[in-house]
Design a protein around this ligand. Structure first.
Ligand code: F6R
Length: 610
């Protein structure tokens, strides 16, 4: 998704914002640009379609000296990824340069109104309209922050933008409505970015800008106002993330680094949440009375987080007998959902900024439904707006394809289910036994990662695959769905994923000689049936890669290749572990194909448009 960077201070601002954009590259983008004060000759904008290196070439080796600059990496929404559509954009008078994330929904209306007043546009973007609206106000003689406030009041949609003017080039102004924006506080310098890693080399003290806030940023300080111009007190957060934690740590790609980090993620996620007495401790959640009253759970999320939600449904219904539905956030919002007043809405999100989930959350709040977030990024919008949030504590996830966040999301769901069982004193659930199993889980993740070499050999065999099936039953069906998403995201190979028993009702027609079918077969209760499904595939010439547990040999002579992961006493955790070989498989295959793993085409890390 688009990246925002801005700097004012004694360093060369062009070099700083360029470096900040580099640190946001993981968000995915298709063009980039910079605006800076070019001595006495006004604002200069340099922008190019393509990767940052193109912008670097356009800037040339002899980068001018500037002490205020804003920069942007764009992921096209309105208008294609061209030089003209890249940000920053000027206003009508070239007094103001502006960068923007998100979408201005009423931009056509505003554009028509401005055109009638003689405004001429040079791009197809909604962003340029925002620049012109601000420019029009500014030309009436008001300070930039006031012009921005008036403009924000006229725009509908989800957006964040940053602007500075030729006339007041010692400050820039940032505004947020829905899309993330973070102000970094330095010593004699200040900055802004759409995500924390861009700020880390310069400062650890940050302000997460709230919705409908306008920040005025100079070298000496930051003032935050609401849309009526009232100065707002805003807390400063100290970010503990180590810079190296946001970098690749010696691996070729962030994705493999993040896959390999999972044992640590399991430890981090469980830290302080299971005690010596075999109990689960989740401090931030609701009172016992609330837990007793909940009659239904609705899990609302997107992509990988949706797949974690499917695991949650399996768990809540099986362990707690608590009716649970899982919704795609983008569908939930427009489906006029039936919500029981005693239901709990659970929002799962790595970034905590996914606009579809945020909108669904706001709908639940309007309907006065209790909300709980399972979120990775502390300070993110969804985490702030949920009634309660349990953080996944997985650390920053940079690779667009989510891996470690999924593991942590599934673990928090497990902790939550155990916590509810504990509060409700469910007779059939031995929380202490589950906790004992959780204690050994990080070690099992370490062992599961040992399959990497075997899986790489398999990837070599299927490097030219045109289609792959991902199949399982019960929790294995949900886990293989997540395996399939990784495969299509980074290998660009179509997949068919469905419960294994469903194949014969249609998808089996697609099996040809040599077609790969990945089977999750970790659940002992249903393994025999999965064995029959494997044979159905093989009878049509398909190749069955079977992932099962190391305490079972019943499929050893059945699968064309069998990969063993450590066994657990819990089908939920076994299915979760089975995702590791699938993550590694996709990674190795994409790497063998020489694909751009951390930023797959057409995708973005934080999806802040609907
Ligand atoms: C898949 C992936 C996406 C995200 C989805 C939700 O690898 O990363 O499918 O899971 O966009 O994002 P969050 O969890 O940030 O709400």
């Amino acid at each position: 998704m688009c990246g925002i960077a801005g700097y004012v201070g004694p360093r060369n601002a062009i070099e700083v914002v360029y470096d900040q954009l580099k640190r946001l590259e993981y968000r995915g983008y298709d063009s980039a640009g910079i605006a800076f004060l070019n001595g006495g000759s006004g604002i200069k904008i340099v922008k190019k379609a393509g990767k940052l290196t193109e912008l670097g070439k356009a800037l040339g080796d002899d980068v001018p000296e500037a002490h205020i600059a804003i920069a942007h990496s764009r992921w096209a929404t309105h208008g294609g990824p061209t030089d003209e559509n890249a940000h920053p954009h000027f206003d009508q008078f070239e007094d103001i340069a502006l960068i923007h994330n998100g979408i201005i929904e009423n931009y056509l209306e505003l554009r028509t109104e401005l055109a009638k007043d003689g405004h001429v546009f040079h791009s197809e973007t909604d962003t340029e309209v925002a620049a012109h609206i601000i420019g029009r106000e500014f030309s009436r003689g008001v300070p930039l922050e006031e012009a921005v406030r008036v403009a924000v009041g006229k725009m509908r949609g989800a957006f964040a933008f940053v602007a500075f003017s030729r006339q007041e080039a010692t400050k820039f102004v940032a505004a947020r409505n829905f899309s993330p924006l973070i102000v970094g506080l330095g010593d004699g310098e200040n900055m802004v970015a759409s995500d924390v890693p861009a700020l880390l080399p310069y400062t650890r003290d940050v302000i997460y800008l709230e919705d409908d806030r306008v920040a005025t940023i100079t070298t000496s300080g930051v003032t935050i106002q609401d849309l009526d111009g009232n100065v707002m007190e805003t807390p400063v957060n100290h970010v503990d993330w180590d810079l190296s934690a946001a970098e690749k740590g010696g691996h070729e790609h962030f994705m493999i680094k993040e896959i390999m980090e999972q044992p640590e993620v399991v430890r981090g996620c469980l830290a302080g949440r299971i005690d010596e007495g075999g109990k689960v401790r989740l401090e931030q959640v609701f009172s016992d009375q609330v837990w007793h009253g909940i009659d239904r759970v609705n899990i609302i999320s997107c992509g990988t987080a949706y797949h974690a939600g499917l695991m949650g449904k399996y768990l809540f219904e099986k362990m707690l007998r608590l009716p649970t539905d899982v919704f795609f956030s983008s569908e939930f919002r427009y489906s006029d959902p039936l919500l029981s007043p005693d239901s709990l809405a659970v929002f799962i999100s790595q970034s905590g900024e996914t606009i579809d989930s945020l909108a669904a959350l706001r709908l639940c709040k309007q309907r006065r439904i209790r909300t709980l977030g399972i979120i990775n990024v502390v300070g993110s919008a969804i985490s702030r707006e949920c009634d309660r949030t349990v953080f996944t504590q997985a650390g920053p996830e940079i690779s667009v394809a989510s891996t470690k966040a999924y593991t942590a999301q599934c673990l928090v769901l497990k902790l939550l289910a155990l916590y509810i069982a504990q509060v409700r004193e469910m007779p059939g659930v031995r929380v202490d036994e589950h906790v004992a199993e959780l204690r050994s889980l990080a070690g099992k993740f370490e062992s599961a990662l040992q399959v990497s070499a075997q899986v790489k050999t398999l990837a070599e065999k299927f490097i030219d695959a045109k289609l792959a099936f991902f199949l399982g039953r019960n929790a294995d069906a949900h886990a293989t769905r997540e395996g399939a998403l990784k495969f299509k995201e980074i290998c660009y190979i179509p997949t068919q994923e469905c419960p294994a028993g469903e194949m014969k009702h249609g998808p089996l027609a697609l099996i040809e000689k040599g077609t790969l079918a990945v089977f999750g077969a970790t659940d002992p209760d249903i393994r025999e049936k999965v064995g029959s499904n494997i044979r159905e595939i093989q009878a049509r010439g398909g190749f069955a890669w079977v992932i099962t547990t190391d305490n079972d040999d019943s499929l050893d002579t059945v699968g064309d290749l069998v990969t063993k992961i450590p066994s657990t006493n819990d089908p939920y955790l076994s299915a979760l572990l089975s995702v590791i070989p699938m993550q590694l498989f996709s990674y190795h295959l994409a790497n063998l194909k020489g694909l751009e793993i951390d930023q797959p085409r057409n995708l973005a890390k934080s999806v802040t448009v609907e």
